[in-house]
Design a protein around this ligand. Structure first.
Ligand code: DX5
Ligand code: ZN
Length: 214
């Protein structure tokens, strides 16, 4: 069994020192860098876009795990591919034609993920399973860091694990991850944990990251 991969979410970083923060979590053993892109429409918050991602790309060789919380993301996939994203995850709820969006992501040679909100049923992904690399289970309502993990999502993670079967799809859990919830999410079937607050609190990022591995 491989250990859980940790994807620090730079949403909780000090944005005035973004370069140093990316280098710090990279040095601390992050398996990938989780980047939250928000449009102020699909979610009630606005964060960063492809220009910022392109600039920080130079400071880490780790995969960039780009989580698009934007409506109709097909309009911008080319920009995030060009900015250096390795995994591009879109929200089921934000796409008119999910299958086309996944094919578009793949056309740039990127890994494709689909995120589902806490009230979205896992069955929605049944017919796209053979095309995707990551299913991201949102354990909070997307938009902000520092929220409480919604426990009902543990059942969903288990169901998704079963649904995946022997396909090569990773389950990523995003939102409200701390030492307690990390253990539960991994027990339910999570392969990747995106964590903001729990990684960037205090100044020992390595200790924080290691404490989330199960
Ligand atoms: C929420 C974002 C998460 C967020 C997680 O919409 O997608 O990635 O940064 O933050 P924490 O770990 O603080 O819940
Ligand atoms: Zn995220």
């Amino acid at each position: 069994m491989t250990t859980t991969q940790i994807a620090p979410s730079i949403l909780s970083a000090d944005f005035s020192r973004l370069k140093e923060e990316v280098i710090a979590v990279d040095d601390a053993g992050a398996d990938m860098i989780h980047i939250d892109v928000m449009d102020g429409y699909f979610v009630p918050n606005i964060t960063i876009g492809p220009m910022v991602i392109k600039q920080i790309r130079a400071y880490s060789l780790k995969p960039f795990d780009v989580h698009l919380m934007i409506k109709d993301p097909d309009r911008y996939i080319h920009l995030f591919a060009d900015a250096g994203a390795d995994i591009i995850t879109v929200h089921f709820e934000a796409c008119k034609h999910l299958d086309s969006v996944i094919k578009l992501i793949k056309s740039f040679g990127k890994k494709a993920g689909v995120a589902i909100n806490p009230t979205t049923r896992e069955e929605e992904l049944e017919y796209i399973l053979d095309e995707i690399d990551v299913i991201m289970v949102m354990a909070v309502n997307p938009g902000f860091g520092g929220q409480t993990f919604i426990e009902s999502q543990l059942e969903k993670i288990k169901k998704i694990k079963e649904m995946i079967g022997d396909r090569d799809i990773k389950i990523e859990v995003d939102g409200g991850i701390n030492q307690m919830t990390a253990a539960k999410a991994v027990a339910a079937g999570a392969d990747i944990l995106a964590a903001g607050t729990a990684v960037f609190e205090g100044d020992d990022y390595k200790k924080n990251i290691d404490s989330l591995r199960y």
